[in-house]
Design a protein around this ligand. Structure first.
Ligand SMILES: NC(=O)c1ccc[n+]([C@@H]2O[C@H](COP(=O)([O-])OP(=O)(O)OC[C@H]3O[C@@H](n4cnc5c(N)ncnc54)[C@H](OP(=O)(O)O)[C@@H]3O)[C@@H](O)[C@H]2O)c1
Length: 320
C-alpha cells in the first residue's frame, strides 16, 4: 500500500548512513514526522531476536532498508565472509520481521553490483542472474541478490508490497572521504583539495578512460519517496519481480570527472595517471526506463552535486 498520510510511521534502517540520512531529510522535508530510527549500537540488525522485539514494540507501517555493511574493493577483498554474512543477516532479519509485522510497504536498497560483470550497457533489470558477477565484490553482490529475491518471493507467496531499488554510484553530503576506503568521487574531492596546499601533482588511478555514472544522494532519497508514494498496481506493473534501477541515465569518463572536480575545487596543477592501478570495468551505466515510466527522473546535475558536496566537505571534513 502506498505511503499516504503524513502521520504514517516510517522506519528508516541505517538513518545515519549516506543514503539513510538523505531519506530522513527528504521525509522530514515532505512533512513526515513519525519517523522510527535506531543506531547500530541501539539495535544490531544482525540479531534476529532484537529485530523481532523492535518490530513488536514499534510496529512501523513503512520500512526503508538502507542499513548495510558497505565498503570499497579493498574492504570487500579483505573481509569477504563479513560482507556476505552481515548483509545477509541485516536484510533478512528486517525483511522477515517487517513481513511478520504486516508492514504495508518495504523498500530494500541494494546496488548495481548485482548485475553481471560483462552485461551489456546500460544495465537492465532483466540482466539479473544471466552471467557471472564482478569477482572483487561478489560476496556483497550475492547477499544483495538474496535480498532482491526474498522481497520477490514474499510478494509471490504472500502478496507482500515489498520492492528493491538498485542505485548507481552515489555521492553527496555524509559520504566517506577516507582515501583508504572511499569511492572515486569523494576521493577526487579530497585529493584536489589537499593539492591546493601541496601544489600537486594529483595522481589518478589507471588510464582515466573508464566511464561511470554518479547520482546525487538527495536524488536517491526523492526516488525512494516517489516509489513509496506510487500506487501498488502501477508500481508492480512497472517493476516485474519488484526490481527498479535508480540512476541518471548518463555517464562520464573518469578523467573528465577529475577535470570537473579540479575546476570546482580551484586546482590548476598537474594531473598524472598511475597506470599500475586497475581501471575496473570499462563502463557502468544503468537503464532507468522503468523508474522513468513511473514519472521519476534525477534532478541534480553532476556540476551542481559536486559543488554542494565540496561545500559540505569544507564545512564537515576539512573544517572539522
Ligand atoms: N554509497 C554508495 O555509493 C551506494 C551506491 C549504491 C547503493 N548503495 C546502497 O545504499 C545502502 C546504504 O549505503 P550507504 O552508502 O548509505 O552506507 P553507509 O553510509 O555505510 O551507512 C550504512 C548504515 O548501516 C547501518 N548499519 C551497518 N551495520 C549495521 C548493523 N549491524 N545494525 C544496524 N545498522 C547497521 C549503519 O548504522 P550506524 O551509523 O548506526 O552504525 C549506517 O547508518 C546500501 O544497501 C548500499 O547497497 C550505496
Amino acid at each position: 500500500m502506498r505511503l499516504g498520510s503524513k502521520d504514517a510511521s516510517v522506519y528508516v534502517a541505517g538513518h545515519r548512513g549516506l543514503v539513510g540520512g538523505a531519506v530522513v531529510r527528504a521525509l522530514k522535508a515532505a512533512g513526515f514526522a513519525n519517523l522510527v530510527t535506531r543506531t547500530s549500537s541501539e539495535l544490531d540488525l544482525r540479531d534476529s531476536g532484537a529485530v523481532r522485539a523492535f518490530f513488536a514494540q514499534e510496529a512501523p507501517e513503512y520500512v526503508v532498508v538502507a542499513a548495510a555493511r558497505v565498503g570499497g574493493i579493498l574492504a570487500n577483498d579483505t573481509y569477504p565472509a563479513d560482507f556476505l554474512y552481515d548483509n545477509l543477516a541485516i536484510q533478512t532479519n528486517v525483511i522477515r520481521e517487517a513481513h511478520e509485522a504486516g508492514v504495508k510497504r518495504l523498500v530494500f536498497l541494494g546496488s548495481t553490483c548485482i548485475y553481471p560483470k560483462l552485461a551489456p550497457q546500460p544495465l537492465r533489470e532483466e540482466y539479473l542472474l544471466t552471467a557471472p558477477l564482478e569477482p572483487t565484490n561478489q560476496w556483497y553482490a550475492i547477499a544483495k541478490i538474496a535480498g532482491v529475491k526474498y522481497c520477490e518471493a514474499l510478494r509471490r507467496q504472500h502478496g507482500a508490497d515489498f520492492v528493491s531499488l538498485m542505485p548507481t554510484n552515489l555521492y553527496g553530503p555524509g559520504d566517506n572521504f577516507d582515501l583508504k576506503s572511499s569511492h572515486v568521487l569523494p576521493a577526487l574531492i579530497r585529493k584536489f583539495h589537499e593539492a591546493l596546499e601541496t601544489g600537486g601533482p594529483v595522481v589518478l588511478w589507471g588510464t582515466g578512460t573508464p566511464r561511470r555514472e554518479f547520482l546525487y544522494v538527495d536524488d536517491v532519497a526523492s526516488a525512494v519517496l516517489h516509489v513509496l508514494n506510487t500506487p501498488e498496481d502501477e508500481l508492480h506493473q512497472a517493476a516485474p519481480g519488484g526490481l527498479l534501477n535508480i540512476g541518471v541515465g548518463e555517464d562520464i569518463e573518469i578523467r573528465e570527472l577529475a577535470a570537473l572536480v579540479a575546476h570546482i575545487v580551484g586546482y590548476e596543477g598537474e594531473i598524472e595517471h598511475d597506470l599500475s592501478k586497475p581501471d575496473g570495468t570499462p563502463r557502468k551505466l544503468v537503464d532507468v526506463r522503468r523508474l522513468k515510466a513511473l514519472g521519476w527522473e534525477a534532478e541534480v546535475s553532476l556540476q551542481d552535486g559536486v559543488e554542494r558536496t565540496y561545500r559540505w566537505f569544507l564545512e564537515s571534513v576539512a573544517g572539522a
